[in-house]
Design a binder for this molecule. Structure first.
Ligand code: COA
Length: 156
């Protein structure tokens, strides 16, 4: 068993619920540690919990917002799904981020059907390796930069 496998087996991904405010608080502190500030349109969607310590080692905040479309949807009213992610520095690069992202993408695919407007994913990636992962693994398209951040979208 290699290091990466060990970590991924000891991690539980769970959706956030209102009865667990302590998870919410740990997630908030984690995001502060990694320097990511989810805006007010995003809520804690899920956490990665280390099953040996029961501590939150990953968090993903997500939300839907109305917006005016980008890329091929330029000028149209769209519903945009965005998320921000943070993984505890000691366990970064062990696959936790990928698991959270995969589940966030599934959530998008399930939830988008409830909207009449066109939908798109809209991600501000402060991390260039993460941006490359989103392009490679999910076919997201970088449509521009805001400072060091890549703006990535995927329509539909
Ligand atoms: C970016 C981050 C969420 C990735 O989560 P992770 O659990 O460390 O990453 P994973 O092991 O699941 O790997 C996911 C991808 O990110 C890359 N990655 C992993 N660790 C990384 C790091 N420290 N810095 C940059 N990219 C990293 C991996 O190469 C992988 O891409 P690939 O498989 O296409 O090559 C995490 O490193 C983190 O919280 N960083 C600090 C905060 C941050 O940048 N958040 C993103 C805001 S947009």
């Amino acid at each position: 068993m290699n290091f990466k496998t060990f970590f991924s087996e000891a991690i539980r991904i769970q959706y956030a619920s209102e009865d667990e405010p302590e998870l919410e608080e740990e997630a908030r502190l984690l995001m502060r540690t990694v320097g990511v500030r989810p805006n007010s349109q995003k809520e804690l969607l899920m956490v990665a919990v280390d099953t040996t310590t029961e501590q939150v080692v990953g968090a993903l905040y997500a939300g839907w917002s109305h917006g005016s479309g980008l890329g091929e949807l330029e000028g149209q009213q769209v519903m945009m799904f965005s998320w921000d992610i943070g993984v505890e520095p000691k366990v970064q690069n062990t696959g936790i981020g990928k698991q959270l992202i995969q589940k966030a993408m599934k959530t998008y695919d399930m939830d988008k059907h409830q909207y009449d407007d066109q939908t798109m994913l809209y991600i501000h990636a402060i991390n260039p390796v993460l941006a490359a992962h989103l392009v490679k693994a999910y076919g997201m398209e970088e449509i521009g930069k805001q400072g060091n951040e890549s703006i990535l979208i995927k329509v539909g």
